[in-house]
Design a protein. Structure first.
Lengths: 516, 42
């Protein structure tokens, strides 16, 4: 057995709690990396051109989260300037020309620059770049959802920091932000956009992680990332962010046991071990800040130039030559605990970044405000935890009216009402029992509420609440397998009105149904 | 007036209700296995 395999095997046997504690130690992580634990994560040299680009369209935000890693509330108070629309267009054109494969469009809140954000996302998607959008969901309306739904390969990450309006609004500083975020998820899912939730676990909400996961499941998101506040940005200025990681893992395990793999749950402890990878993992992407400065990564406050004075290609060449700059390694090496990051004097997004290309200050290039600039809401405090049951009911109220269409399928019916189904596009076969077949039929040009009514009509004694819950579970499974697709994502030319699953209309649908 | 066929005194359907199920019918090797019939295709 090689030392690398032996190390990985031994590390995997260490309890997660101990691994987290060790992960906070940069020395231990470096040692593990040298012994081969990093394994496939080691990349000795950057690629010739960047694989990805992260675009922070604005430093400003309409919310005021005290743990914001980009410290957008402070930038908003200071009315900080962003790059102009034309400069951003030039950045994206160059990124496409350079051949990037992935782009992250983020902020601040990128939809403070709504038209610009949509234009750039559409341009990147049309060029074949995989785009991930980060948003708080506040500005996502039907029009935005429709345009995003037409972008191929787009994934949207929505921040939801509480299972209830009280928890979320209390964390995000604005009454109504939970309703807006949940509505955004619903509108995007109705367009079949893959949605993921980012959830910052804090001492205020960590007891309700299970409720949050249940909410995510009801809304039909693909994944949830549970992450602790990392000591950068606003979280590096103030606040106590330690949480019970064991409780979070138990909540995630309990959810998986209850709901299976319908939602992928990632628990991301805010350990500092990742800084050790600075020495072993060559960069593959670059970050464009709202003021045009070019970083390698959000946790490395070192600038390698600034657009538009420098091109992305020039900045990338500087990164290729300078990513092992001793000043970066020294900075990372001096951080041995979470407390060291704020004390370093170089906390990302809190302190001015260090320009590794020059001793002269970078010339200011940013010159634009979102129009109109946002006013920060009043801080919301003391809202309490609220009622998870009431929040769940609100979410169910939204999704029960979600309408579906059926993908092209072939089917063989069973005498008792069940059926075998083959999804033409995916080539996979499933067996539905009679009740699932009833749900599929009712949801073909129908809603979850229609399907629940069908079940109640077939089984008159059935509790309506149980009927709706079972329909929700069934539709999640049929959606995950590509049998049902959100109605609004199906092209206008499709045969939405086919009520029964037959091979005749399946083959007709196969000719006419277009699923993005 | 007699009650509809299949409906019991308490109003519930005579057919026992079972939750909807969606069963994947593929073996790890990619064969399609119609398990109830005991034969495979592919």
């Amino acid at each position: 057995m090689s030392p690398q395999v032996l190390t990985r095997t031994l590390v995997r046997r260490v309890p997660a709690r101990v691994r987290d504690r060790a992960g906070d130690s940069l020395r231990l992580r470096r040692l593990a990396n040298r012994l081969g634990y990093a394994g496939e994560r080691i990349r000795d040299a950057p690629p010739v051109r960047p694989v990805g680009v992260k675009l922070e369209l604005t430093a400003l935000c309409n919310l005021r989260c005290p743990f914001c890693y980009t410290d957008s509330p402070r930038a908003t108070r200071e009315r900080r300037l962003d790059l102009s629309d034309d400069v951003w267009r030039g950045v994206v054109e160059e990124a496409i020309d350079l051949g990037v494969l992935e782009a992250v469009v983020t902020g601040g809140e990128p939809f403070l620059r709504r038209e610009l954000a949509l234009e750039l996302i559409e341009q990147l998607g049309a060029a074949g770049v995989g785009v991930t959008l980060n948003t708080n969901g506040w500005f996502v309306d039907r029009g935005v959802a429709a345009r995003l739904g037409a972008v191929p390969g787009l994934h949207v990450k929505v921040s939801i920091d509480g299972a209830t309006p009280e928890l979320h609004d209390g964390a995000r500083g604005a009454i109504g932000s939970w309703e807006r975020a949940v509505r955004a998820v619903d509108l995007l899912r109705r367009r079949n956009v893959p949605v993921h939730l980012n959830h910052v676990v804090t001492p205020a909400n960590h007891a309700h992680v299970g409720d949050l996961l249940e909410l995510a499941w009801i809304l039909g998101v693909a994944s949830v990332r549970l992450t602790e506040a990392f000591p950068v940005g606003a979280a590096a200025r103030a606040g106590e962010w330690a949480v019970d990681r064991g409780a979070i893992r138990r909540a995630a395990a309990s959810f998986r046991a209850r709901r299976g793999e319908d939602v992928n749950v990632n628990v991301v402890p805010a350990t500092l071990g990742g800084l050790a990878t600075i020495e072993s993992l060559a960069p593959a992407a670059l970050l464009v800040r709202p003021d045009g400065s070019i970083w390698i990564h959000s946790v490395q406050p070192f600038a390698f130039g600034r657009v538009p004075g420098d091109s992305l290609a020039e900045c990338w060449q500087r990164i290729v030559r300078g990513w092992r700059d001793p000043r970066i390694a020294d900075w990372a090496g001096a951080i041995r605990s979470r407390e060291d990051m704020p004390r370093s004097g170089l906390a990302p997004y809190r302190d001015p970044a260090l320009d590794v290309t020059s001793t002269a200050p970078l010339p200011a290039r940013a010159d634009t405000h979102p129009d109109p600039p946002p006013d920060l809401p009043e801080r919301t405090q003391g809202l309490g935890a609220g009622s998870p049951a009431a929040a769940r009911a609100k979410a169910v109220e939204l999704v029960r009216e979600r309408r579906y269409g059926r993908a092209p399928v072939r089917a063989v019916e069973e005498p008792g009402g069940g059926m075998y189904v083959r999804v033409v596009d995916r080539g996979r076969i499933f067996r539905l029992n009679a009740q699932a077949a009833l749900v599929l039929d009712a949801c073909t040009d129908g809603t979850l509420a229609d399907a629940a009514r069908s079940l109640e009509a077939r089984f008159p004694g059935l509790d309506p609440a149980r009927a709706l819950d079972d329909v929700l579970l069934c539709v999640r499974r049929l959606e995950a397998r590509g049998v049902l697709v959100p109605y609004e994502s199906v092209s206008a030319t499709s045969s939405r009105s086919a009520r029964r699953v037959t091979n005749a209309d399946a083959s007709a649908a196969a000719r006419s149904l277009s699923i993005p | 007036m007699s009650k509809p066929e299949g409906i019991q005194d308490d109003g519930s359907d005579a057919d026992a209700y079972e939750a909807p199920t969606v069963e994947d019918l593929e073996s790890p090797e990619g064969d399609v296995v119609v398990t109830a019939a005991g034969f495979s295709v592919g």
